[in-house]
Design a binder for this molecule. Structure first.
Ligand code: NDP
Length: 290
């Protein structure tokens, strides 16, 4: 039996460890054969505690795999043109293979303009419009880390999506929309729901695979889920007790789901592993290595 699925709970942490081990081998090979070490620039503006945690986790993963990460910690008051100047330098710097700007940015900075300033070949989050467009045509170099991580989780769990009805709750540019495309490319029938969807339960109850990225703690209740459905919880919400919980009422929904991902330890670790994968891909592309 697959030891990364205990009962019906998909252990994203274990899957990500397996993936990270393979990625470490890739980095070791790159170093030994080509004398190249991937390098990721991580830009963080301000001192949002959640962003700090995410950045620390990403840096930790880099160290474990052998990717060099260089952090650029900028003050909350950083101006748009200062950030753009830094991006211009990093775009030109041949030593830097990947650039990650930790979101959200402070309100006075135009996020869209910043993302469009990242060299698409170094855009390891795959947020640049060029990379987003490539996802539509299934001709991509990078995939956004969270949807790609979910596809990997489904694949590794032997959950086929072809012909299944996949319902996604949430239509953000970084999760919901690209998720829909990836599922469509794998022959799923896809429904996307959002805050203006009327009678949400009517849709969620028909899902063979339900993917939830809303940002509201325990938003999806047992009554909204079809028995036997696969439930993927993307949400990360802080609890009053200082812990984390997802968008799905995990304790109750797990009773009827065929498979379910926990929070923490589900989608989150896969997102980070896919970021590492994208950084290696960027390094290979920039060095013309197939
Ligand atoms: P956004 O806030 O960008 O999008 C939330 C989506 O949920 C929107 O499309 C919104 O609809 C929809 N929504 C809000 N309320 C409802 C409702 N009542 N019914 C149906 N849909 C609703 O969030 P993100 O996609 O960036 O993130 C979602 C969650 O996932 C967050 O908790 C975030 O922290 C987490 N996350 C986790 C990651 C991981 O690695 N595990 C990575 C990225 C995000 P509308 O468009 O109409 O406003």
């Amino acid at each position: 039996m697959n030891n990364t699925i205990i009962n019906n709970i998909i252990d994203g942490k274990k899957f990500s460890q397996m993936l990270r081990k393979n990625l470490k081998n890739e980095v070791d090979n790159l170093k030994n054969k080509e004398n190249i070490v991937p390098k990721l620039a991580v830009i963080v503006v301000g001192d949002d505690p959640a962003s700090r945690t995410y950045v620390n986790n990403k840096k930790k993963a880099c160290t474990e795999i052998g990717i060099i990460s260089k952090e650029y910690s900028l003050s909350q008051e950083t101006k748009q043109n200062e950030l753009i100047k830094l991006l211009d330098e990093l775009n030109k710097d041949k030593e830097i293979n990947g650039i990650l700007v930790q979101l959200p940015l402070p309100h006075h900075i135009n996020e869209k303009e910043i993302i469009e300033h990242i060299n698409p070949l170094k855009d390891v989050d795959a947020f640049h419009e060029l990379n987003v467009g490539k996802i539509m045509t299934n001709n991509f170099s990078f995939l956004p880390c969270t949807p790609a991580g979910i596809m990997e989780l489904l694949k590794q769990s032997d959950i086929s999506v072809a012909g299944k009805h996949c319902v996604i709750v949430g239509r953000s540019n970084i999760v919901g929309k690209p998720m829909a495309m990836l599922l469509l490319h794998k022959d799923a029938t896809v429904t996307i729901c959002h805050s203006k969807t009327i009678d949400l339960s009517k849709f969620t109850k028909t899902a063979d695979i339900l993917i939830v990225a809303v940002g509201k703690a325990k938003f999806i209740k047992k009554e909204m889920v079809k028995p036997g459905a696969v439930v993927i919880d993307v949400g990360i919400n802080r609890t009053d007790a200082g812990g984390l919980c997802g968008d799905v009422d995990f304790e109750n929904v797990k009773e009827i789901a065929s498979y379910i991902t926990p929070v923490p330890g589900g989608v989150g670790p896969m997102t980070i592993a896919l970021l590492m994968k994208n950084t290696i891909t960027a390094t290979l592309i920039q060095n013309n290595i197939k």
